[in-house]
Design a protein around this ligand. Sequence first.
Ligand code: ZN
Length: 512
Amino acid sequence: MSDGKKGGTAAAIERLRELDREIQLLRRSAALLNWDQETKMPKGGIAERSEQLALLEGLSHERLASAEMGELLEAAGSTEARPAGGEELSPRDGDFLRVLRREYERATKIPTRLVREIAAAVSTAQAVWVDARSSDDFQSFAPHMDKLLKLNIEKAEAIGYEKQIYDALLDEYEPSMTTERLGEVFGELEKALVPFVQELVDRGEVEDSFLRQAFPQAGQEAFCRHILSDMGYDFSRGRLDVSAHPFTISVGGNDVRITTHYRESNLMSALFGSIHEGGHALFEMGIAEEHHTSILGEGTSLGIHESQSRTWENMIGRSIPFWRRYFPVLREYFPGLLDGVGLSTWIRAINHVQPSLIRIEADELTYSLHVILRYELERALVNGEISVAELPGAWNGSMQRLLGIRPKNDAEGVLQDIHWAMGAIGYFPTYALGNLYGAQFYRKMEKDLGDVDSFILKGDLKTLRKWMAENIHRHGSSRTPAELLEEVTGEELQAGPYISYLREKYGKIYEL
Ligand code: ZN
């Protein structure tokens, strides 16, 4: 390699880093406007806000899909695999180029006409979906769903795929995941979960009426902040606010905000919602400084992100040691409300397994089955095995098979989630993938730290957070999900560790 070429590569990378920095600054500025829209903005601001966001989105897309970006990526050389890029590249440059190239290719492979058509179809479909759900009218939503399905198929064809068309859609949310692998692990999970859920349901009712008392909001907020602080959420680099739907948003590497939603008669909602979002936020807060304001400065995929939020919410936040430590603390925040409730009654109540129709209200055990249902239907739709008209029937049939219950109407069935109206096909699997990755990471954490329960019992959650930051968070998106999993655990994706974890946990709680 000549010196001239080396200089050319270095210069190309330097300019690419400048362009990328501008893109990230535009995106984070848009993130702040989004945060404001969901938390503080007066209703009247919406029209101009939409215009502001569209402008920022246009500016960052322009840079990403520019001819200059294409030429620079070409000049920087081939970096298809990490870290085996061009020989002269450091791993850091190799990671950077690989992720930037991936985004550039996705941005340029999809024709602008198709991007606009999808945006327009989504905006109409969402409004129709809101009405269709409230009036339980799938027929009115069906033509829009049909259009979004066709546009998604067109998008997948434009992006390209090796084996199955669904791979191209999945890849947007979970890079390099394949339909084949997903089918295997979800199949294994389904086979284990369906009879296990039934076994627990057969154990009978669980006393949980005390969860539906009026818990003053001030106490809920104070307790949430207490737990978040113990987890290591840094309030000097973040905020906790209120929004209709809880979310986490990075306005910068040192400004990672979360929101929650308080309901007086439901303590669980804000509490576990905050812990969940706190898990997402710790990921973003734990990313190494060198990746801040770069394309590598966010979590690597939705599935890996969910692994962190679900580990905190369920594996830690709903565990026996967690409540041995924190139940007495919780009681202090709500004097008199939980006096007659014993620790094991509490733990059983917050881990109550009950097949239900609505995914976002599902317990830890049945949750993955809701996701598998949607994944199977999406794959069948994309492959042309079922039509949109057949969707409600297929939904109800799957619900019966997986959870043993049947929706009375489409509003509590096929119309319940907004994702399809948002044009998102291939998104749902990441929710259940998070459970699987989470259990694999947790098992490795137990190997490294020893008795993890003993740290939880002491309220020393920061030691767990430190392990996660060192092993997972700091890498940002410099590894693909599969690479990260392999690097941390030495394994590929598996269902076994998650299934064992569930059996052990529920075996104890239900005294099987
Ligand atoms: Zn989440």
